[in-house]
Every structure is written in structure tokens, then in C-alpha cells.
Design a protein around this ligand. Structure first.
Ligand code: CMX
Length: 455
């Protein structure tokens, strides 16, 4: 049985200053939190009873689409334009955020700094986060042992969720809550847990990958001089610099998609009961594992393989159309297409397409994905019911991973999960900093709703 890389750090070690004032994220937050608390307090005082929307019967039966019911600071999703991280579009983030030496894609460390503080970080600030996550990356032995003991036919997302749940043995928040810390200080231990969890996720995810697909062999170790994605790739067993760049881009763009999607909302909801960040995030990951959400990442590749098997490598548009209609007529969705909020091509799709055009323009699977992009939207429109016929993020990620040799599609949603931690945990820290209460919307039975409408 393999041993995991770094020594476990104790909670006192976490207090060791790893960086100076300007690069110490917790210090930066310590200044921002009281300012933001005051801003929100003043806003609620002046506008607490201002109406921001209506709720219809259709919204209640229709998955609460369009109901404005959550506050989420790190990102906002515009239906026409796509995601903005703290006001910045994906191309802006690609331009503004620090890169690895010689690299062209943003480092996810920088995106995390942006999501949690609202500021674009300096190179030094991003370097400090890389070092801090490397220092916090060790896994407790019971988590490694449990992962090593799991049967290899257990889905990687199930393994991922179980390992994250087990990590709650390390929770600083649980300790702080148990010792009676004042609620105004909750955010501090939620921050520690969030940083520890993000730091440990690549080790968890890589252990799952090596165990499930490589007989547990060859897990690389963490190098504190390298960035989070480099270390993740190394632990996975990939050293192609282009793959590492892809991972940096992938881990940046899958991080956050405002608060109402299943993984984000679940993490936020469970956290509102003061379940610690490990339990909250594990709950979110169980939602990400659904085929209408993050598992679509895997489902797209499964579907493309079926498509290829049926129509070959260079199908005519007509053959492609037939296959798409047969998918729809058999009552299945076309994975990777459609969205609950977006009404245009997802910019996360577009930036992955641009990556492919730059690095793998002649790849046959990429060409097929491009052809599908041309053929699917008019068909979905023709059904007359699909509100958004355009591709989402999941329609493109698998083809890139396949190209660099990561063929194990059941694993793809785990990568999505590692990235998603950045957004939902940044938000969870703010949930506690702003003192948001336990979430408890009102529900009605159909009988009561009919009565209410008649009245
Ligand atoms: N293929 C076939 N039918 C689709 C469809 C698709 N890609 N997208 C939507 N529809 C159907 C819905 O199933 C629904 O049908 P019914 O009325 O028969 O139930 C109808 O069109 C209306 O749905 P909608 O309002 O357009 O979409 P929703 O907001 O209900 O659902 C989503 C959004 C993403 C679940 C849906 O588009 C879908 O199932 N897409 C395929 C799966 C996928 O790619 N998921 C990943 C989304 C991104 C992510 O969260 O990671």
C-alpha cells in the first residue's frame, strides 16, 4: 500500500506565517470582512423590505427558475453573455490573471484570490497561494487507507464524495464550534477548512485516479515550488506541459457559475446548517454527480463514442442528424447542450474550443465535436421546447482530455469537482462572514397552493 506524500500539518502549523502582509490572504480578508459586513448591514437597513421579484405557480413547479432567492458574491451569470467572476469575463480573466512561467493560461490560484477578495491578485499573491496549498496538501492516513480499500468498480465520484466526507475529521470549524467560539469568528475556521480542503483535493482525486485506473501505482509527490495544477498533473501521472496548461484552464473555468446551480446551492444550503465545509462540499459533489449537472462531462464522451461507433469518423451532416433525432426520440437528452440560465453558447465552451483550435486543430474527435456544434442547435430548436439549444461547458472538456491521453471518462466529473471547490468554498467563507442564517424557504402543498391562488 502506498504512503501519501507530505507530512500531516497540525493546526498550529497553519498559524505559521507563510507570507508577508500583502500576500497573506487571511490578513487581506480580515480587513475586507468588517467593511463588507457594514456595507451589507447599511444596505439591508435602507432596503430590507424592497421587492426584487415575483413568484409564479410555474416557477414553483418549474425548478424555481428565475426566482431571485440567494445572495452569491463570487460570480454572476448573465443569460446572454455567460459567467463573470467578480465582474470579469473569461477572456478578461485569461488576460489579467497571473500565469505560470512560460504559460498562457490563468492559474486557478489567481482565480480563487479574485473570487474570494474581488481583487485581481499580483504574481506574488498567487505564488503565496501555490505555496500555501502545497503546504496544506497532506492527507490523513484514514482517508488514504479507505480509498485504497475501496473496490475499484465504485464510481470515482462516489469515492470522491466519501473521501471528502471523511476529511471532516480535520475540521477546524468543528473544533472552533465545539469550543464555543463566537459566531462573528466562524468565518475564520471556515476559511482554514476551505484552504485545507482545496489543498487536499488534488491528492484525493489523484489517489482515486491511480487506484481506479493504474493499479495504485506511480502517485507523484507535491513540490512546493510548483503551482497547484502542476502538482495535480504530476500526482495524476501527466507531465506534458500542454496538458498542464489545459488543467490550469480547466480548473479555472469550472470553478463557479453563480449560486443557484445544484452543486453550489447544495454546498451553500448544507453549510447554512453549520455543517463544516467538508460535509457541505461533499453534499455539493453528490449533486455534481448527477447526469443533468456535472456528470454531463462524462455523458458527452459516452454519447460521442456511441455516435462514432454508429456513423464512423467522417459522417455526413445527414447521418449526424439521424443519430441526434434517434437520441431525442428515445427520450434522452443530448448531453452538453442546453442550460437552465444561459441562452447563448457557453463562453466556457468557447475558450475550450479556442484551446483546441490552437493545440489540436486536426484531431478527429475535435472535428466531430465541431460538426456536432453545427448540427445540434437547429434540431433542438426544432423540438420547440428546448429553451437554450447551444452547447454548455461539458460539450467540450472531454475531447481535450482524451487528446492528452486521459481516456477514462468516468473520471472527468472528479476534475470538475476539484475546480468547483474554488467557487463554492469562496462563497461559503462569505456566507459565514456575513452571518447568513440557516436556509429555510417556505413550501406549499398543491391543495394549499390552489386555495391561495383562488383567494
Ligand atoms: N437535449 C434534449 N432535450 C433537452 C435538452 C437537451 N440537451 N435540454 C433541454 N431539453 C428539454 C428538457 O428535458 C425539457 O423537456 P421536457 O419539457 O420534456 O421535460 C425541455 O427541453 C425544456 O427544458 P429547458 O427549460 O430548456 O431546460 P432546463 O432548464 O429544464 O434544463 C438542463 C437544463 C441543462 C438540465 C438541460 O438543458 C439538459 O438536460 N441538458 C443536457 C444535460 C447537460 O448538458 N447538463 C449540463 C449542464 C451544465 C452543468 O450544469 O454542468
Amino acid at each position: 500500500m502506498r504512503m501519501i506524500m507530505l507530512k500531516k500539518i497540525s493546526s498550529t502549523n497553519l498559524l505559521r506565517p507563510l507570507s508577508d502582509a500583502s500576500t497573506d490572504l487571511k490578513k487581506v480578508l480580515n480587513e475586507k470582512v468588517p467593511q463588507e459586513q457594514e456595507r451589507v448591514k447599511a444596505f439591508r437597513k435602507s432596503h430590507g423590505s424592497t421587492k426584487v421579484g415575483d413568484v409564479t405557480v410555474d416557477m414553483m413547479y418549474g425548478g424555481m427558475r428565475g426566482i431571485k432567492g440567494l445572495v452569491w458574491e463570487p460570480s454572476v451569470l448573465d443569460p446572454e453573455e455567460g459567467i463573470r467572476f467578480r465582474g470579469k469575463s473569461i477572456p478578461e480573466c485569461q488576460k489579467l490573471l497571473p500565469k505560470a512561467p512560460g504559460g498562457a493560461e490563468p492559474l486557478p490560484e489567481g482565480l480563487f484570490w479574485l473570487l474570494i477578495t474581488g481583487d485581481v491578485p499580483t504574481d506574488a499573491q498567487v505564488k503565496a497561494i501555490s505555496q500555501e496549498w502545497a503546504a496544506r496538501s497532506s492527507l490523513p492516513s484514514h482517508v488514504v487507507k479507505t480509498l485504497n480499500d475501496l473496490p475499484k468498480n465504485i464510481h470515482p465520484m462516489t469515492q470522491f464524495s466519501a473521501a471528502i466526507t471523511l476529511l471532516n475529521s480535520e475540521s477546524e470549524f468543528v473544533k472552533a464550534y465545539g469550543s464555543g467560539v463566537h459566531k462573528s469568528k466562524y468565518w475564520e475556521s471556515v476559511y482554514e477548512d476551505s484552504m485545507n480542503l482545496i489543498a487536499k483535493l488534488p491528492g484525493v482525486a489523484a489517489t482515486i485516479y491511480r487506484n481506479t485506473y493504474k493499479d495504485g501505482k506511480g502517485l507523484g509527490s507535491v513540490d512546493s515550488g510548483k503551482d497547484w495544477s502542476w502538482n495535480f498533473a504530476n500526482m495524476l501521472g501527466y507531465d506534458n506541459p500542454q496538458f498542464i496548461e489545459l488543467l490550469r484552464l480547466y480548473l479555472t473555468i469550472h470553478s463557479d457559475h453563480e449560486g443557484g446551480n445544484v452543486s453550489a446551492h447544495t454546498t451553500h444550503l448544507v453549510g447554512s446548517a453549520l455543517s463544516d465545509p467538508y460535509l457541505s462540499f461533499a453534499a455539493g459533489m453528490n449533486g455534481l454527480a448527477g447526469p443533468l449537472h456535472g456528470l454531463a462531462n462524462q455523458e458527452v464522451l459516452v454519447w460521442l463514442q456511441k455516435l462514432r461507433a454508429k456513423v464512423g469518423d467522417n459522417p455526413s451532416d445527414e447521418k449526424l442528424k439521424d443519430f441526434i433525432w434517434s437520441t431525442l426520440k428515445s427520450g434522452q437528452v443530448v448531453p452538453g447542450y442546453g442550460h437552465a440560465v444561459l441562452r447563448k453558447t457557453d463562453p466556457r465552451y468557447t475558450c475550450q474550443r479556442e484551446f483546441a483550435l490552437k493545440h489540436l486543430p486536426e484531431d478527429s474527435l475535435f472535428k466531430l465535436v465541431s460538426q456536432v456544434y453545427k448540427v445540434v442547435p437547429p434540431i433542438l430548436l426544432e423540438t420547440g421546447k428546448v429553451k437554450n439549444p447551444w452547447p454548455n461547458v461539458d460539450a467540450h472538456s472531454g475531447v481535450l482530455l482524451q487528446y492528452y491521453g486521459m481516456k477514462e471518462m468516468n473520471y472527468y466529473t472528479v476534475l470538475f469537482g476539484v475546480s468547483r471547490a474554488l467557487g463554492v468554498l469562496a462563497s461559503l467563507v462569505w456566507d459565514r462572514a456575513l452571518g447568513l442564517p440557516i436556509e429555510r424557504p417556505k413550501s406549499l402543498s398543491t391543495d394549499l397552493l390552489i386555495k391561495a391562488v383562488k383567494a
